[in-house]
Design a protein around this ligand. Structure first.
Ligand code: N01
Length: 531
C-alpha cells in the first residue's frame, strides 16, 4: 500500500490549490517544494519591477468566496511581493503548511506496475510512494542562461532574473548590461536604469509592449466590484482567455480606419494587453488585420522615443503582434530617452563573448560592472525533464516527448498511469488567465481521482489514440491563428535543439472546460482503467 494518495510537486499557485483540493476530498497528500518558501514563479522571480500582467481581481483564486472578499489588492496589477503575501495568506488560512515540505527537490518518480503506485525520490535522499503523481511545476520555471563564451571569466556579478538574490542587487553607480527584452527584460530595465550609471540593453528581437496604466485599486471601486464577484467569476470561466474581455465582435478590416484609430487609442490609454488584442475578431487570425494593430503600435513607439534611430530599432518587425507574449509596461519605451540608457542591437552584431570586464559584440566592446540575463525559460518541459520521470515499462518522459510534449486534454499522458499534469501540453495554460486554468485542472483531476477511488479503480491512463486526436485538434486550432508564427518560447524556439511544437490549446477556456466536463460525464472517455 502506498504511503500517500497523492504527491504534488511544487508549491506555487497550482501546488497550493492542489494540496487544498485533494485534502478537502479526503485524500492524503504531500507537496514537495524546492524553494525555501512557497509561491513558485512568484517566489523565484523577485527581480525589481516584477509584476503580473493580468489584473489582481482576475489573478487570484476563485474557489473561496470568503478569501475573495477578505483579501484586498492594493493595485490594479499586482506586484511580486504582494502576490507572495497573498499566497502565504492562503497557506495560513487553509492550513496548508503541514502538507508542504520546503527545500526539497523531487529528483525522480517511477511507476511501479506491481503496486500501481509512484515511487518518488527527493534530493534529501528520501522517498515516498503515492498512488497519484501531480506535477505542478509551472510552465515557466526552468531558467535559460545563454551559453556565452567567456561568461565564467566575468569579474562582476551576474544574475538571471528568475533566480534573483533575496537580498537584492545594488546597481547604484554601476555600468550594467541587460540581455533579453521579453516581458521580464521590459519590466526590469527601467528599475535598473533608475540607479545605474549606465544601462546597456542588448536587444536581439524588439518586442511589442502596451501600457498597463497601473494604479491603486480604490476602496470604493473594490467594494463595488466585490458585490458581483461571483457573477464575474462565472463569466470568466466561460470566457475565451479566462478574463471577460469586451470586443467589438467585428473584424478590423471591415471597420472605417478612423473608428479603428479611435478604439485602439482608447484601449492604449486604458492599458492592458487582453483588451487591446481582443478589440477585433480578426487580429490574431489574419496577418493583414494584425498589420493594422502592429502599425498602430509602431506609431506609438515612434511618438514616445525621441531618437528616430533608437525608435526604429525598438519597432518590432517580422512576426505578428501577440505571437510572442504581448509585453506590458508604462515606462519601457520612454526609458530610452534617458541619457544613461543605450540600446545595443545584437541582431545585426551578435554577442561574441564575455570578457572579465564586459561584453564583446561583432560591433564593439562594452565595459560592464554587472550583467543581468532576462533570457527566459525552457518552457513547459524544462522543469518536468529536470526530474527523472519514468512511466509504464520504465519509459522516461523525456523519451516519450522527444518529438514534442503531448497530453490528453493537457492533464494526462499516455504511458504514464495515474500522473496528472497541471497546465500541461494541450491545455490553455499560458494562453489564459493561468490561475483560472489551474483551478479548472485541479478540480477536474480531483474529481477524477475521487471517481476512481469510489469506483474501486486502481489506475487511469489516456489511450494513445485519444491523446493523438486531442493534440491534432490542438494543432489545427493553433494553425488557424497567427500564434505559432513567431520564434519564441511558445514554440520552443528559444532553446537550441528543442523540437518546434506549439503545444497550447488556443480554442478558449470556456470550450476547453466544456470538453473536459463532457469527457468526465461520459465515464472518462479516452482513458483506460485498471491497465
Ligand atoms: O522570457 P522571453 P521572459 N542572446 O523568452 C532574449 C511570463 N512573464 O522571462 O526574442 C540574446 O519572453 C530573447 O530574444 P529573442 C510571460 O508569459 C510574465 O521575458 O529570442 N538574447 C528575449 O528578448 C513571458 O512571455 C510577466 O530573440 C537572448 C528574451 O531574452 C514569459 O514569462 C513578467 C538569448 C527572453 O524573453 C517569459 O518572459 C515576466 C541569447 N542567447 C514574465 N536568449 C508578467 O506577467 C534569449 N534572449 C508581466
Amino acid at each position: 500500500m502506498a504511503d500517500l494518495d497523492v504527491v504534488v510537486v511544487g508549491a506555487g499557485f497550482a501546488g497550493l490549490y492542489a494540496v487544498h483540493a485533494f485534502r478537502s476530498a479526503g485524500l492524503t497528500v504531500r507537496a514537495f517544494e524546492a524553494g525555501d518558501g512557497i509561491g513558485g514563479t512568484w517566489f523565484w522571480n523577485s527581480y525589481p519591477g516584477a509584476r503580473c500582467d493580468v489584473e489582481s481581481k482576475d489573478y487570484s483564486y476563485s474557489f473561496s468566496p470568503e478569501l475573495e472578499q477578505e483579501w484586498s489588492w492594493s493595485e490594479r496589477y499586482p506586484a511580486q511581493p504582494e502576490i507572495l503575501r497573498y499566497l502565504n495568506r492562503v497557506a495560513d488560512k487553509f492550513g496548508l503548511w503541514p502538507l508542504i515540505q520546503l527545500s526539497t527537490r523531487v529528483t525522480g518518480a517511477a511507476w511501479d506496475a506491481a503496486t500501481s503506485s509512484w515511487a518518488v525520490t527527493t534530493d534529501d535522499g528520501g522517498g515516498v510512494t503515492a498512488r497519484y503523481l501531480v506535477p505542478t511545476v509551472g510552465c515557466l520555471s526552468a531558467c535559460n542562461v545563454p551559453d556565452l563564451p567567456g561568461l565564467a571569466s566575468f569579474e562582476g556579478p551576474w544574475y538571471h532574473t528568475s533566480r534573483w538574490p533575496k537580498e537584492g542587487a545594488d546597481f547604484t553607480g554601476k555600468r550594467v548590461g541587460l540581455v533579453g527584452t521579453g516581458s521580464t527584460g521590459i519590466q526590469v530595465a527601467p528599475e535598473i536604469a533608475a540607479t545605474a550609471e549606465h544601462l546597456y540593453v542588448f536587444q536581439r528581437t524588439a518586442n511589442f509592449a502596451v501600457p498597463n496604466r497601473n494604479r491603486p485599486w480604490l476602496e470604493e471601486e473594490e467594494a463595488a466590484f466585490k458585490e458581483h464577484y461571483r457573477e464575474y467569476r462565472a463569466d470568466a470561466r466561460q470566457s475565451f482567455l479566462g478574463v471577460p474581455v469586451t470586443g467589438t465582435g467585428r473584424p478590423v478590416l471591415e471597420e472605417p480606419r478612423e473608428d479603428v484609430q479611435r478604439l485602439f487609442t482608447q484601449r492604449w490609454q486604458a492599458g492592458g494587453g487582453m483588451p487591446f488584442l481582443g478589440a477585433y475578431t480578426d487580429l490574431l487570425v489574419s496577418q493583414e488585420a494584425n498589420d493594422v494593430v502592429a502599425e498602430f503600435m509602431r506609431d506609438r513607439i515612434r511618438e514616445i522615443v525621441d531618437d528616430p534611430a533608437v525608435a526604429g530599432l525598438l519597432c518590432p518587425r517580422g512576426y505578428p503582434v501577440g505571437a510572442k507574449r504581448l509585453c506590458q509596461s508604462d515606462d519601457y519605451y520612454a526609458m530610452f530617452n534617458r541619457p544613461n540608457v543605450s540600446l545595443v542591437d545584437i541582431r545585426s552584431a551578435p554577442v561574441e563573448s564575455v570578457y572579465p570586464g564586459g561584453v564583446k559584440t561583432a560591433a564593439g566592446s562594452y565595459d560592464l560592472d554587472a550583467l543581468v540575463f532576462a533570457t527566459g525559460f525552457d518552457a513547459l518541459t524544462g522543469a518536468l525533464f529536470a526530474m527523472d520521470i519514468r512511466g509504464a515499462s520504465g519509459l522516461p518522459l523525456r523519451t516519450a516527448w522527444q518529438a514534442g510534449a503531448q497530453a490528453y486534454l493537457g492533464v494526462a499522458v499516455a504511458g504514464f498511469p495515474n500522473m496528472f499534469t497541471i497546465t500541461g501540453p494541450g491545455s490553455p495554460a499560458v494562453f489564459s488567465n493561468v490561475v483560472l486554468s489551474i483551478e479548472q485542472h485541479v478540480e477536474w483531476v480531483r474529481d477524477a481521482i475521487v471517481w476512481l477511488r469510489d469506483g474501486g479503480h486502481a489506475t487511469m491512463e489516456p489511450t494513445v489514440a485519444a491523446q493523438r486526436a486531442w493534440m491534432e485538434h490542438v494543432s489545427q486550432v493553433a494553425n488557424a491563428t497567427l500564434f505559432p508564427r513567431a520564434d519564441s518560447w511558445y514554440v520552443g524556439a528559444n532553446i537550441p535543439g528543442k523540437p518546434r511544437v506549439f503545444p497550447w490549446y488556443v480554442g478558449g477556456c470556456g470550450p476547453y472546460r466544456a470538453k473536459c466536463d463532457e469527457v468526465a460525464a461520459a465515464g472518462y472517455q479516452g482513458f483506460t482503467l485498471d491497465g
